[in-house]
Design a protein around this ligand. Structure first.
Ligand SMILES: [Zn+2]
Length: 254
């Protein structure tokens, strides 16, 4: 069910045990070859495919399109929330529904820059509203770990930013918005073993993308997309069925 397509009376009639799936995206630069809305387009496509499979077992909210993209602001067209604004928006979406009894919230992310924020928002909410079941994952966290190594040809066998994997996904989902003639391999790394650096994207790329975008194909994108839909579907279903916690101190279902 898509929340935005229902009436308030439809929502009032639903079981409050129904999991609520909240996609988080961004509008930020994706190199010279991909549209600013890439993360929003991809996470929305995955979430809508999951909703189509689970129908009345999930409530899908509209995608939070204004992401935490401060590190992309040196490139024009990027729109970013401050961290405080992003945290408040996600918190307020959840609280709006939690105040009507819904208690299972799952945030599916399409933009790496939102990951820390999603964790902070849910961690704070868990403290404020201990009755809630809360979870977050990137759609790319839920496909099999070995999939990127199998599907991708370039040396960077992981999804990054406007890279081989993400460009492939867009070639599958919305090819008319990809300008492959402008795709380039890009990405700079520190020469020494400097770890944990915080970078803006104009420092670590020349044109805004990371990895080997020129190797992207729609076929690779199809495999990644279908695996993402399968992974997110299983994740939401496991919540809809009730999560059992089990261990040395006993067990319980939430
Ligand atoms: Zn992206």
């Amino acid at each position: 069910m898509r929340l935005a397509h229902l009436t308030w009376t439809d929502i009032a009639a639903l079981s409050t045990d129904t999991p609520v799936l909240i996609p988080t995206g961004a509008v930020e630069q994706h190199g010279a070859h991909m549209p600013l809305a890439t993360d929003t387009i991809l996470v929305t496509a995955v979430a809508e495919a999951v909703e189509a499979r689970l129908t009345d077992r999930v409530i899908l909210t509209p995608t939070v399109w204004l992401g935490a993209s401060l590190h992309h602001l040196p490139f024009p067209g990027t729109l970013s929330a401050s961290f405080d604004a992003y945290h408040l928006a996600l918190n307020n979406i959840i609280v709006s529904l939690a105040d009507h009894g819904f208690h299972r919230f799952m945030v599916v992310n399409g933009h790496g820059g939102n990951a820390d924020s999603n964790r902070i928002v849910l961690r704070e909410l868990k403290h404020q509203r201990p009755e809630l079941t809360l979870a977050y994952q990137g759609y790319y966290d839920l496909w099999p770990a070995e999939l990127c190594a199998e599907v991708m040809e370039g040396p960077d066998r992981q999804i990054q930013h406007a890279c081989e994997a993400e460009t492939s996904l867009m070639l599958h989902v919305q090819p008319d918005l990809v300008k492959m003639d402008r795709a380039r391999d890009d990405g700079l790394r520190p020469e020494s073993g400097f770890a944990g650096g915080i970078w803006a994207f104009n420092e670590i790329t020349e044109a805004g993308s990371l990895g080997y975008a020129t190797l992207a194909t729609a076929e690779k994108g199809k495999r990644l997309f279908e695996a993402a839909v399968e992974g997110v579907t299983q994740w939401v279903e496991s919540c809809a069925n009730g999560v059992t916690l089990k261990g040395i101190v006993g067990s319980g279902t939430i």
